[in-house]
Design a protein around this ligand. Structure first.
Ligand code: SAH
Length: 353
């Protein structure tokens, strides 16, 4: 049993079962035992690898897409270039390097990183040192300054706590984490007198499980506030789909799926993102798969250019990285990109007209 599991069992014995959202929040961000607080999640020695770590092309192309959106909106100065949950900081570092040649972009940029983990903030500061730009850090998306804002978040929303509800013959019940014979176990609440009112609850069949992520709704609404007031664009990249898809709670440990209750605090815990209710928060949106967007942004041309100076294993890794990011049976179609902006603002590059 992990130290956090012992704490949770004790707490549940004292005060009763907790929601899946409370369980996720404790596992990821508990101040002493939380996964993002204590562990190095990323890379071969960690638990998972993300797109910006697979290839520099990911941050370069999305950085240039944001710079093009900035130009299309009249190159406002100063402006915020924001990232939510930057991890090691690779995406932002690659975006800043790629946009050095965009006239006026670096002179006008204020880099803002929203990061909950003090340890990862230090890693991000190191990664970004070479850019010559000093980022500012915020605890909460709600604190974004009131300026034109061009924002990106890769694999951020999937880390936000979800609640799960099951339609039983007696009505909606919430899925809870309780204790059975000394171990954490899933169970169900009594039927809810008043289930949450969300589109995903309508047309459900008995036995269906629906997930709600109120913190994702809140984060996207907060990201949109400066964009709707002052201009800009937000890009959310994540695995998920257009509508709640049943039970998607998953734990990853050392690059393998792990039962979600098995190692609290020592495994990454995420859920698939339901983009439909997030898109509804903005007056204008575009939605496509990661593969489609990267191909339209010219990843093949960039890959060919980088390949010219590569040989042997490096070249093979580079080719594999391109396939991994874009192929339909790899990250290309599991991952989606949601772009949100003001009504009438130009469609961001990378999306079909
Ligand atoms: N975007 C990065 C890392 C994704 S991991 C990449 O693509 O490699 C998720 C990131 O979100 C981590 O940096 C984690 O510390 C951060 N995070 C998780 N929950 C958060 C919250 N509630 N507020 C702010 N940051 C959070």
């Amino acid at each position: 049993m992990t130290p956090l599991a012992r704490l949770l069992v004790e707490r549940i014995r004292e005060t009763g079962p907790i929601s899946v959202a409370d369980y996720m929040a404790e596992c990821l961000l508990h101040p002493v035992h939380g996964y993002y607080i204590t562990r190095e999640p990323f890379g071969a020695a960690g638990d998972f690898v993300t797109a910006p770590m697979i290839s520099q092309m990911f941050g370069e192309l999305f950085g240039l897409a944001l710079a093009q959106a900035w130009l299309d909106q009249g190159a406002p100065a100063p402006f915020t270039l924001a990232e939510l949950g930057p991890g090691r900081g690779d995406l932002m570092a690659d975006a800043l390097r790629a946009t050095r040649g965009v006239p006026g972009f670096h002179a006008a940029v204020r880099v803002v990183l929203v990061e909950a983990s003090p340890r990862l903030r230090q890693v991000q500061a190191k990664t970004l040192a070479a850019s010559g730009l000093t980022p500012g850090w915020l605890d909460r998306v709600e604190d974004l300054p009131d300026r034109p804002t061009f924002l990106i978040a890769n694999e951020f929303l999937d880390a936000l706590p979800i609640r799960q509800f099951v339609l039983s013959p007696e009505g909606w019940r919430e899925r809870l984490v309780g204790v059975v014979r000394g171990d954490l176990a899933f169970g169900l609440s009594a039927p809810l007198p008043q289930p949450p009112d969300a589109p995903a609850f309508r047309n459900a069949q008995p036995g269906d499980l629906v997930e709600l992520c109120a913190p994702a709704q809140a984060a996207v609404a907060a990201a949109l506030r400066p964009i709707l007031a002052r201009g800009g664009l937000a890009l959310f990249i994540d695995y998920g789909g257009w509508r709640s898809q049943g039970d998607t709670l998953q734990a990853l440990r050392a690059h393998r799926f792990d039962p979600p209750l098995a190692h609290p605090g020592e495994a990454d815990l995420t859920a698939h993102v339901d983009f439909e209710p997030l898109a509804a928060l903005a007056p204008a949106h575009a939605y496509a798969t990661q593969g489609e967007v990267l191909l339209r942004l010219g990843i093949e041309a960039r890959a060919a250019q980088l390949a010219r100076s590569m040989t042997g294993a490096q070249l093979e890794n580079h080719k594999a990285a391109l396939a991994r990011l874009t192929d339909r049976d790899k990250m290309g179609s599991l991952f989606k990109v949601l772009a949100l902006t003001r009504a009438g603002a130009p469609l961001p590059p990378g999306f079909a007209p």
